[in-house]
Write a protein that binds this ligand. Sequence first.
Ligand code: NAD
Length: 492
Amino acid sequence: MNRHPYPFAGGALRNFIDGRFVEGPTRFPNLDPVTGAKLADVTAADRAMVDQAVTAARAALKGDWGRMAQAERCRLLVRVAEGIEARFDDFVAAEVADTGKPLAHARAVDIPRGAANFRSFAALAEARAMPSFQTRTADGRTAINYSIPRPLGVVAVISPWNLPLLLMSWKVAPALACGNAIVAKPSEETPSTATLLAEVIEAAGIPPGVFNLIHGAGANAPGEWLVSHPDVDAITFTGESSTGSTIMRAAAAGVKPISFELGGKNPALIFADCDFEAALAGTVRSVFSNCGQVCLCTERVYVERPIFDRFVAALAEKARALSIGDPWSGAAIGPVISAQQRDKVLGYYRLAAEEGAHFHAGGDAPAMEGALAGGYFVAPTVMTGLPETARAVREEIFGPVCHVAPFDSEEQAIGYANDSAYGLAAAVWTRDVSRAHRVAGQIEAGIVWVNDWFLRDLRTPFGGVKLSGIGREGGEHSLNFYSEPTNICVSF
Ligand code: NAD
């Protein structure tokens, strides 16, 4: 496919505050992970701009947006979806430039889901009706109870770099559908599609101040200033568990509602009675999609002993066959997001080797040529031989890597799956229907796929247990988080 130009090439990305694009006082480079070269400058917000964004959001709640009929709000959100679709190639080029992710992934997942988030939450919010009912007490009083949903107010949206538009819109769309005003901060690694989204939101006719965007880093920077701002009413965050813990402390000061989608160390349980080829293809996808940088990716694979050797050999062969390189050339594996992330992943490869791992594929950085030699590439890696106590088996690596271990019974497999500080997602591969239900129901995770992975319906509850998060989003769960009901009891 011909390379579509990066929309901000050589320019400077700006913040979007109160309906205007404004430069911040400091700049940092937006780097291309494929080559390490600079794509553009990003102008970061200072503390005063974070204040202005929160003030603009507060004012918007009291203006047209606060008075707007639900149907009209939802109509504007559908226009945002249409705006993303109309600029599909710009969004794809921006996402691929920022992340280096495979072109096919950006075209099939990231950008379509960005638009779908706006469409589907607009439809859900418009169809929402809250129940009312009559109350009769023993002493003869009668009342009608009904609830009206109110927006939370000013919502801070903080999102990560792995699926930038998808994850930001996953929060922005339902928050707007519920009538909130937003100050959003994308990851400093991936500022581009968020900036395009601001352009689309402006063009859709959403009033100034309803959606504000600030650029910059997290700690001691716009992220921290935003989540600790006294006039922010609620915080919704996707990112690392340790960042979630820091943000939680900031939220505690104002007893603010939080919704957290955090890290994972997700297991796949592969039983000997599975459809071998389907389990293999599914596991290749769940380990290596987006270079292993999806929170739902599998990093721990447990295989029933009779098929263990065959499965490891087949998985390693598939891993070695994955093409690595420039996303525009159709490569299946791009770089990881940054030099820091590359060093972190390679650090885990070294640690695993020290801990006694046997590498069946990868374990190092591939030799890249030409401009790609400056890129942040790591090899797709399959390893075995580590004890369950090894750090590489317990900690989230967030790269194209898995550890594979054998199991001998259903009970042991469930024990391995649950022996983790995280609990986001799991995959179970078996042809035994009873076992599928029995095992899935015992796994401590927010999502369990049976004979598939990353099959999403936006109405289902999404989130994690333990270190993987707090709360659920998706469908009515999002509407419940982004609004609060007031119950009105009318006695007559
Ligand atoms: P991160 O926690 O480093 O950063 C996420 C966002 O938080 C960024 O915008 C960052 O600038 C901001 N931030 C950092 N410190 C902050 C602070 N003190 N105050 C306010 N904001 C701050 O995460 P990342 O490296 O961008 O993303 C990868 C992580 O996200 C992985 O752990 C992955 O599992 C997780 N993730 C989870 C889900 C999910 O749905 N559960 C989805 C995607 C990614």
